[in-house]
Ligand binder design. Structure first.
Ligand code: HEC
Ligand code: HEC
Ligand code: HEC
Ligand code: HEC
Length: 208
């Protein structure tokens, strides 16, 4: 009996608390900001806002990396000497046996030093139409970011999230972003530091 009446008292108190505290935000439709985003977000499903118009004429491919799905420009049609196998019809070693002139004399590696990197670190000598990873897995020229990501994981992580690189089109979906080789020449990827395009000469005068 004692226990029962004690329980009843507690239950009454708990019920009181629930009623009293849960309706703190009177007039507010939602219990917290997350609920508001969720409910009102549904409302925007099927929005007519899209950056698709700005991507017209740009051939893109869809990629999924670490939970992020977005578009990047297609590359192969932009590579002058593709398909490589038009000339590279046999393994590289055999091609180089013949006493021929250097074919790609205009390409110099100014990237990692020669202990770390040579042409076939990135290009597959038994199938030039492909790139390959350090462990020998083939990488399509359209997905060359997978090549870079092996050694530049920090920039790759930033790029996936949209913090390194550049978005194409607008901020509305679908997301399209430039890929590494749109900006970096893989053979000479470094950028020299530059002054901002709008250099404030007035400030310099003031400092003199
Ligand atoms: C017009 C013909 C031609 C095309 C197209 C061509 N190559 Fe070559 N490539 C050659 C020849 C010939 C050699 C062998 C002579 C030499 O080593 O420069 C060669 C050599 C190479 C080498 C070895 C260079 C070295 O210094 O060890 C690489 C790497 C290479 N090619 C990559 C490519 C890639 C990648 C493509 C396509 C994007 C391509 N080539 C397209 C003709 C071609
Ligand atoms: C760090 C990796 C890397 C190294 C090292 C490298 N390449 Fe490349 N190369 C690439 C990638 C990636 C592309 C495709 C770039 C693009 O999408 O425009 C490419 C493109 C090319 C092309 C096609 C360029 C064109 O516009 O036709 C040739 C030819 C080529 N490489 C030859 C070579 C040769 C020869 C060497 C060695 C002297 C070499 N590469 C070293 C990654 C590399
Ligand atoms: C096998 C490893 C390896 C691969 C693959 C590779 N890099 Fe590099 N990269 C290096 C190293 C090592 C350096 C020189 C050290 C440094 O500056 O971080 C470098 C330097 C650079 C730099 C200059 C860094 C600076 O401080 O300015 C850029 C940009 C760059 N790489 C971009 C790329 C891109 C883009 C790709 C893919 C096409 C790529 N790298 C593929 C190893 C690699
Ligand atoms: C929209 C153009 C653009 C794209 C796309 C891009 N980068 Fe860069 N990246 C730059 C510029 C510009 C710098 C020089 C930044 C500076 O000097 O402050 C840079 C710097 C770098 C550096 C030098 C270190 C640093 O952070 O300053 C590395 C390494 C690099 N990028 C790798 C990559 C890789 C890997 C990818 C693809 C996953 C990529 N970048 C995509 C423009 C780009």
């Amino acid at each position: 009996m004692m226990i029962n009446s004690l329980m009843n008292k507690y239950l009454g108190l708990i019920a009181f608390c629930i009623v009293f505290f849960s309706c703190k935000h009177e007039g507010d439709k939602y219990h917290g900001v997350m609920e508001k985003i969720q409910v009102e977000g549904n409302h925007y499903e099927g929005t007519s806002i899209s950056s698709e118009n700005y991507l017209e004429g740009l051939e893109t491919i869809e990629i999924s990396e670490g939970g992020q799905t977005f578009l990047i420009p297609e590359r192969k049609s932009h590579i002058k000497s593709f398909a490589c196998t038009e000339c590279h019809s046999k393994p590289l070693a055999e091609m180089q046996e013949a006493d021929i002139k250097k074919a790609h004399w205009d390409i110099k590696i100014v990237h990692a030093n020669e202990n770390t990197m040579n042409c076939v670190t990135c290009h597959n000598p038994s199938n030039m139409d492909e790139l390959h990873s350090l462990t020998g897995k083939s990488i399509d020229f359209n997905n060359s970011y997978n090549l870079c990501s092996q050694c530049h994981s920090k920039q790759f992580e930033d790029w996936k999230g949209g913090a390194h690189g550049k978005r194409i089109g607008g901020w509305a979906p679908p997301r399209a972003s430039m890929t590494c080789v749109n900006c970096h020449n893989p053979h000479q990827p470094h950028f020299e530091s530059r002054w901002p395009a709008r250099f404030n000469t007035q400030k310099v005068k003031e400092r003199e």
